[in-house]
Design a protein around this ligand. Structure first.
Ligand code: SAM
Length: 460
């Protein structure tokens, strides 16, 4: 009988035979660790394309480096769609994840439920698809008033007929009784929303009005058939992953706020914290899932999304800011200024510079408030993460720096210094890649060279 460490090693090789075991070989394309590229092709990870997600390979590599064997515990304070927790579950490692965006948390939670009886799951998929076909065949599809059922943004993405069919799928899934299967089917249909759309649906930044090229248009696709293929693929992913995983891990995936005290995680109980926090780059996570939340009726307007999603997230986008709630003189709060005085002294003139620069910019974006709020919030996350870590363990973060309105903010250094101020003994910063090149011909953008790094904070 192999010991658990040996079993874990075997699992890595069985699941990912293309990976070499030594770090820094070509097989580990570290430049892509901060992106979702690798995860797009990996079983279960691929159930939802989350552009903010990162590579599962980075988690595997961290597990090797820090000897994370079965029965150890890891924590991801910005768990997103569950990449860290999925890898942990595969290797029999206990894990906690905290994610504040309710829809993204739903995705992660659903990807982490593997305990289906697989033949029954297949049977449930077949009966759902059969039922949907029966209802679509007997419905007067053109008579379904999709304009009254969905916000305009959703209507712009599909032909009336396609949206009516999607609506039938939605209603049939909503009516399902068994919670795990309902979530599974809901995620399956969610995954089709962008691929089945007739317009380029890759916003937040591009409004859904540009039709896809002829070749890419899915005008005539059979939605129910697509749904069946997706659910079959998900079923098969579960089978493949379950054949090779080490059972026994406890996974606790919390819908919560990692700035706050997590009562279910004991102090000094975690062997490794691994995450990719929001970058200081004005990415609006709430807007990214607008199509999905509108489609499922979880929000109908920008204001709904602000109340139900945007306001729950830590500060990282100007769309979260109502300027009249802030005073320019005290954007960095007292807690930050007292805990990290040196970094606060470096940040203050940059924040003031941003308060000035915005006045001469068309968008007048509140980057000053965003930058200060980001560090106020990250201080709390670092403090709470420090609390839950065992001594002798590490907090690893994949993170980019930024330069709003051309004012360079060395996010990596400032966060590491903040980490030291809350108790971490030392840190290392390793560059993964330079980034931002795609904007270089855009006169609206700055030309400051940016990078993506791995930060490692060590707790003695
Ligand atoms: C860079 S993404 C992490 C993605 C994740 N690594 C994955 O592979 O899916 C950062 C995540 O932090 C979440 N977030 C923002 N504020 C948060 C908070 N206060 N507590 C917990 N999660 C938060 C965002 O919703 C987003 O999903």
């Amino acid at each position: 009988m192999p010991n658990v460490k040996q079993a874990a090693a075997n699992t890595v090789d069985t699941l990912f035979p293309d990976l070499k075991r030594e770090p820094n070989t070509k097989a580990f394309d570290r430049a892509d660790w901060g992106t979702f590229k690798d995860s797009l092709r990996a079983p279960i990870h691929r159930w939802f394309t989350y552009p903010a997600g990162f590579s599962y390979k980075a988690v595997e590599e961290a597990f090797r480096l820090y000897n994370i064997a079965p029965d150890r515990t890891v924590y991801d304070p910005f768990a997103g769609t569950g990449t860290t927790n999925l890898v942990a579950k595969q290797y029999g490692v206990h894990s906690f994840g905290v994610e504040a965006h309710p829809f993204v948390q739903f995705v992660g939670q659903t990807k982490l439920f593997w305990e289906f009886d697989l033949p029954s799951l297949l049977h449930a998929i077949d009966s759902l698809i059969e039922d949907i076909y029966r209802v679509t065949e007997t419905s007067d599809i053109p008579a379904i008033a999709v304009e009254d059922l969905f916000p305009e943004l959703v209507c712009k993405c599909y032909s009336r007929e396609k949206l009516a069919r999607l609506y039938i799928c939605r209603e049939m899934i909503d009516a399902l009784q068994s919670a795990p299967f309902k979530d599974f089917a809901k995620l399956g249909l969610t995954n089709l929303l962008r691929t089945a759309s007739d317009v380029a649906a890759g916003w937040p930044y591009v409004a859904p009005q540009k039709p896809k090229s002829e070749a890419k248009t899915n005008g005539s696709v059979d939605i129910v058939k697509m749904l069946r293929s997706q659910l079959y693929l998900m079923h098969n992913d579960l089978r493949v992953v379950r054949e090779a995983y080490i059972p026994g891990a406890r996974t606790i995936f919390i819908a919560g706020d990692s700035r706050e005290y997590q009562s279910c995680i004991r102090s000094g109980s975690v062997d490794l914290a691994f995450t990719s926090p929001p970058y200081l780059n004005n990415y609006d996570y709430a807007d990214r899932t607008r199509l999905e939340t509108y489609f499922w009726g979880e929000a109908k307007t920008w204001a709904d999304i602000t109340e139900r999603v945007r306001n729950r997230l830590m500060m990282s986008a100007t769309t979260q800011i109502n300027r009249s709630d802030y005073r320019e003189a005290s954007l960095l709060n007292q807690d930050f200024c007292q805990t990290v005085p040196q970094t606060a002294a470096e940040l203050k003139p940059k924040v003031a510079e941003l308060s000035e620069r915005r006045l001469n910019k068309g968008g007048k974006k509140s980057y000053d408030i965003m930058v200060a709020g980001y560090f106020n919030d990250m201080l709390r996350v670092l403090r709470e993460t420090y609390r839950v870590l065992k001594s002798g363990s590490a907090f690893v973060l994949i993170l980019g720096d930024s330069a709003p309105y051309g004012v360079y903010i060395p996010t990596d250094e400032y966060l590491c210094e903040t980490g030291k101020a809350v108790g971490f003994a030392r840190y290392e910063i390793e560059t993964l890649r330079t980034r931002g090149g795609k904007w270089k011909n855009n006169p609206q953008r700055h030309d400051v060279a940016l990078k993506e790094c791995i930060l490692t904070l060590y707790k003695d």
